[in-house]
Design a binder for this molecule. Structure first.
Ligand code: PMP
Length: 427
């Protein structure tokens, strides 16, 4: 065994469950040995064997400016020199809050936390506290972090109680979560007709990125807005992945829809642990110390993490940033589709801003069922052949991919050229 990746993986498994600190990193769905990353810069990552890859994971979204951007690293260094954490308010977190409020018209007030999970968990509690209702609606295939009431799958009938999708989640918690099919507005209508007075919130990934990439069908998000308004439920856009990723105002800006609450993460931390939830003032004022809904965090608003996040957001405000990012991402999707077509492989690719999906199916999916019907075995062969060739895609057919501002046309074209050779072997 000469591979350091393999040796590290063996070693890691003795002291860390599965050898990883977050399950998707373990390569379970594609098989093989995870790459242990030693360093990253721009569009590239280097593994423990010294092999370099063009990276389309980007730390699962945060690395929108490319890895180790000098302005972000410098901001972190400068902040760290002034002290790592105080447990007291700072000017930089006020700046961050003001910037988020200025960039997202739906957000009057915002609170910073340390992860996407914390953001969604807190937003759900706040929605429940604000409405005085217990039930929530989520959609199968959307991931909102690992809070108990969000690790729930559909029950036997759509309007029946949800079931835990993880061990350790009490059925009593899961029964407050109604799980419906993404893009099926009729189901939402039916659920509200049956139980509207009990439903505190609808939480949705407005472009789904956790069942591969699935776009909302025309009218779906507008319908959610209308129904939530009609029944007095809180509409939560979980933009942890899409926020400042698909465009300067996230999905809400792309589609012109105003959610009541928005959750953020990833890009707003620039690679450091930052999450946020924010929205309408009258709802946000229910949070402690102003209101009765409790939420707190020792490291919330960490000055070092906030410095990284501010620098990251500032970089995305450069003129043309999102146009270029979207064009590069589209170039990848179009290039991969054309290469697959040449080889006669049933394949499609789709992109929104700096996010993309690749599917071993004739057309882009509109539902979790479509995603499940794609050829996963073929994806796995594609994944490994691309990895071997030095192109690092998400190690699962059920994840979206990410392009950064450091991915130039040369990187994209190199990846498409490699894929052309790989597709020829997949026929
Ligand atoms: N919501 C969405 C839409 C996400 O994609 C994720 C993470 N991939 C989360 C919430 C949870 O964020 P975190 O992993 O930072 O807890």
């Amino acid at each position: 065994m000469n591979s350091r990746n393999e040796a590290l993986f063996q070693r890691a498994q003795r002291s860390i469950p599965g050898g990883v600190n977050s399950p998707v990193r373990a390569f379970r769905s594609v098989g093989g040995t995870p790459r242990f990353i030693e360093r990253a810069e721009g569009a590239r990552v280097w593994d423990a064997d010294g092999k370099v890859y063009i990276d389309y994971v980007g730390s699962w979204g945060p690395a929108i400016t490319g890895h180790a951007h000098p302005a972000i690293v410098e901001a972190v260094r400068a902040a760290a020199l002034k002290g790592l954490s105080f447990g007291a308010p700072t000017e930089s977190e006020v700046e961050m809050a003001e910037l988020i409020c200025a960039l997202l018209p739906s957000v009057d007030m915002v609170r910073l936390v340390s992860s996407g999970t914390e953001a969604t968990m807190s937003a759900i509690r706040l929605a429940r506290g604000f409405t005085g209702r217990d039930a929530i609606v989520k959609f199968e295939g959307c991931y909102h972090g690992h809070a108990d009431s969000l690790l729930v799958k559909a029950g036997s009938g759509l309007l029946t109680f949800g079931n835990p999708s993880s061990g350790g989640v009490p059925a009593d918690f899961a029964r407050h979560t109604i799980v419906l099919d993404y893009n099926d507005l009729q189901q939402v209508e039916d659920a509200f007709k049956a139980r509207g007075a009990e439903i505190a919130a609808v939480i949705v990934e407005p472009v789904a990125g956790n069942m591969n990439l699935v776009k909302p069908q025309p009218g779906f998000l507008e319908g959610l807005r209308r129904i939530c308004t009609q029944y007095g439920a809180v509409l939560i856009f979980d933009e942890v992945m899409t926020g400042f990723r698909v465009g300067p105002q996230g999905v809400q800006g792309l589609y012109g829809i105003t959610p009541d609450l928005t959750t953020l993460g990833k890009v707003i931390g620039g690679g450091m642990p930052v999450g946020a939830f924010g929205g309408r003032r009258e709802i946000m004022e229910k949070i402690a110390p102003l209101g009765a809904v409790y939420q707190a965090g020792t490291l919330s608003g960490s000055p070092v993490a906030v410095a990284a996040g501010l620098a990251s957001l500032q970089l995305t405000r450069a003129p043309g940033f999102y146009d270029t990012l979207a064009a590069r991402t589209q170039r990848l999707a179009t290039g991969l589709s054309a290469a697959a077509a040449e080889a006669g492989v049933s394949f499609s690719a789709d992109a929104v801003g700096g996010m993309f999906g690749v599917y071993f199916a004739a057309k882009a999916p509109a539902s979790l069922a479509d995603v499940m019907a794609a050829d996963t075995a073929r994806f796995n062969r594609f994944f490994h052949a691309m990895l071997e060739a030095g192109h690092y895609f998400a190690p699962s057919a059920f994840e979206a991919g990410f392009v950064s501002a450091a991915h130039g046309e040369a990187e994209i074209d190199a990846t498409v050229a490699a894929a052309r050779k790989v597709f020829a072997t997949l026929g």
